[in-house]
Design a protein around this ligand. Structure first.
Ligand SMILES: [Zn+2]
Length: 275
């Protein structure tokens, strides 16, 4: 199995363990590897180190939040040129996070500006930076992940990804509180290209989430489904257990176990693997 969305320490938030603790847990659970995500720094160097120690396939990338100047092509160029495999559009500092009252970097340090990031069509002024980010992702054949941006921005990214020839497009947990997409919208987006993610975090922590709702989203995604843990919180199970639990819960809803297994192994492995 392969977990394409994992958090570990060091982080500005408490985590269940550091990169090596989490890597060892995946080793014990016989996973081939994982993608290390952090909201507030590039994980490219960290992924390289943990991969070297554990022998697993570990990928890193960068999330375009306030720590790196938001939708900042310079940060993307550095992360991708040094081996990063994924760029997440704004997550914790996205404008949706502010509207939904979810935690942001400025909540950890009150003297920081209350910045919230958006791209077209929500923020047309960000078009130049966003277009350059997409061009860089295309040139490096990396994964473009939509982060916590809204449905309108996901649609803009879908259109522009096609323009740039990006075929590694991942709609980050579209049915989470942010962006809060309905299964029909998920179906429409993946039919136009890309993959849709469901996370164990949703099942564990998302208000109003249910196994039945996640099953509808999984059906909408079809073979474009990616299952990941998004775990690493101290009050979640260790990431491998969290991902296995998600598969069991969706299987109990009647979904085909072979499809679920692929969504947590071969599908994300080939999405992130460099050509
Ligand atoms: Zn996450």
């Amino acid at each position: 199995m392969f977990d394409s969305h994992v958090h570990a320490g060091p982080d500005v938030l408490d985590r269940i363990g550091d990169d090596l603790d989490v890597g060892r847990a995946f080793g014990l659970a016989d996973f081939s590897g994982f993608v290390l995500k952090a909201h507030y720094e590039s994980t490219v160097g960290r992924a390289h180190s943990v991969s070297k120690v554990t022998g697993q396939t570990v990928y890193g990338g960068i999330a375009l939040n306030q720590h790196c100047g938001g939708v900042n092509p310079a940060a993307v160029a550095a992360a991708l040129s040094s081996g990063g495999r994924v760029v997440w559009l704004p997550t914790a500092d996205a404008h949706t996070q502010r509207s939904a009252g979810l935690p942001r970097l400025c909540h950890h340090e009150a003297r920081l500006p209350q910045h919230a990031y958006a791209i077209p069509p929500v923020d047309p002024a960000a078009a130049g930076a966003a277009e350059l980010v997409l061009a860089l992702v295309a040139e490096h054949d990396a994964v473009l992940a939509t982060g916590h941006l809204s449905e309108a921005e996901c649609r803009w990214l879908s259109d522009r990804a096609r323009f740039y020839g990006i075929d590694r497009l991942l709609f980050t947990h579209p049915s989470y509180t942010v962006p809060g997409l309905r299964p029909a919208a998920v179906r429409e987006l993946v039919e136009a290209g890309g993959f849709a993610e469901i996370t164990a975090y949703q099942l564990l922590h998302q208000p109003g989430c249910s196994p039945a709702l996640l099953a509808r989203v999984a059906e909408a995604a079809g073979d474009k489904l990616i299952l990941s843990s998004d775990a690493g919180q101290p009050d979640s199970p260790m990431p491998p257990e969290a991902l296995e639990m998600l598969i069991d819960v969706l299987a109990a809803e009647g979904l085909d176990r072979r499809v679920l297994a692929a969504a947590a192994s071969s599908t994300p492995e080939s999405l992130f693997r460099p050509a």
